[in-house]
Design a binder for this molecule. Structure first.
Ligand SMILES: Cc1cc2nc3c(=O)[nH]c(=O)nc-3n(C[C@H](O)[C@H](O)[C@H](O)COP(=O)(O)OP(=O)(O)OC[C@H]3O[C@@H](n4cnc5c(N)ncnc54)[C@H](O)[C@@H]3O)c2cc1C
Length: 318
């Protein structure tokens, strides 16, 4: 294995970061991560608003079968990942984004690099980004949500195994609509800082103050139910918020303010790739795919998929 060969990883979510960390650990010198966003972390996302904070992607983490990974131990040792009062439930100490920020601090990350398409020419892959940049790489790993990776590959000029590629076309995510709310009063929740299915249109509510990530009290994240999100995803926020008003009025006794909304087009996978934890579809060069849809749709699964694609690369399965 030539450790000087370059590899580009599309997406700086937790799966892409773990792919990069493991390739680096195995001695690869030329690893570059690209993300379309201004920050790292993807669906591990935290938003700041008037002195308060909201996690508006992943809400809490279970470490079960990833607990022994050295990176997880290091996150715990450095107080980035901490256990809550609910046993075996972990959070990012300063919000979920503190986790990818910490893990990617020694990696080469280019932000605001949205990949549009790739062109393969013999043993090189040309990456074309929306910002006009073109990067040449020996290999590529897509850790972007699979639907976005498919769109890019469909407009690309690449030599791939179509049987393998067609195997991921049926994978789907549900969309998710999120509300970030400041209320006048604290409300009762089933668990220490959260409650599942608080009403028909909401599947989850979390108090970011009791969760200890927000310095300001009564900062709540609400996740709309899959049914509601699917039906109303394309609507404007004003319309969505007025549809949700009756349930919000009950939950917060009419004393609240919606500070912001967020939409995840690809929120949680609804079906999974059945055959493996990651996939290499390249025929000439390594074109890998990883992410939570290859495993079980959560933090731990995304990590396992990132490690899996790094291992495939090291075995050079082209
Ligand atoms: C609302 C919500 C609640 C959740 N709750 C939990 C929970 O409580 N516990 C849990 O374990 N999991 C939860 N999850 C799931 C968890 O967040 C994901 O499983 C995990 O973060 C996925 O990581 P990933 O690396 O596979 O993908 P992502 O985090 O989606 O990373 C993909 C990255 O690719 C980038 N990208 C996409 N297209 C391009 C492009 N063209 N060019 C460059 N970059 C691109 C994106 O910007 C993103 O940063 C939740 C998710 C959501 C949305």
């Amino acid at each position: 294995m030539n450790l000087d060969k370059s590899i580009s990883i599309i997406g700086c979510g937790i799966s892409g970061i773990f792919a990069a960390l493991h390739l680096k650990k195995r001695g690869l010198k030329n690893i570059r991560l690209f993300d379309k966003s201004r920050g790292v972390g993807g669906r591990l996302a935290t938003r700041r608003s008037s002195e308060g904070k909201f996690d508006h992607g992943a809400q809490y983490l279970k470490l079960d079968d990833i607990y022994d990974l050295p990176e997880i131990k290091s996150l715990i040792k450095n107080n980035i990942l901490k256990e809550t009062k609910v046993p075996n439930v972990y959070i990012g100490d300063d919000g979920m984004t503190s986790i990818p920020k910490f893990l990617s601090k020694d990696l080469s990350v280019s932000k605001e690099f949205k990949l549009i398409r790739i062109n393969e020419n013999k043993d090189k892959i040309y990456l074309i980004f929306e910002n006009g940049q073109e990067i040449i790489s020996d290999s590529i790993i897509f850790s972007s949500p699979i639907k976005q990776s498919i769109e890019i590959l469909d407009r690309s000029n690449v030599n791939i195994n179509n049987d393998k590629f067609n195997g991921v076309r049926s994978l789907e995510y549900s969309p998710g609509i999120i509300l970030m709310i400041e209320s006048e009063n604290s409300i009762n929740l089933n668990y220490e800082f959260f409650q599942e299915n608080p009403s028909d249109d909401f599947s989850f509510i979390s108090d970011n103050y009791r969760k200890t990530i927000s310095k300001k009290e009564n900062f709540y994240t609400l996740i709309c139910s899959t049914n509601f999100s699917v039906k109303n995803f394309e609507k404007e926020y004003d319309e969505i918020n007025s549809m949700l008003k009756p349930e919000l009025d009950i939950i917060f006794n009419k004393k609240y303010n919606i500070l912001s909304n967020h939409k995840w087009r690809y929120s949680i996978p609804i079906n999974f790739y059945p055959n493996d934890d990651s996939l290499n579809i390249g025929l000439n060069n390594f074109i890998g795919m990883c992410g939570d849809i290859f495993t079980n749709g959560n933090f731990g699964g995304a990590i396992k998929s990132g490690i899996s694609i790094a291992e495939k690369y090291m075995k050079n399965e082209v």
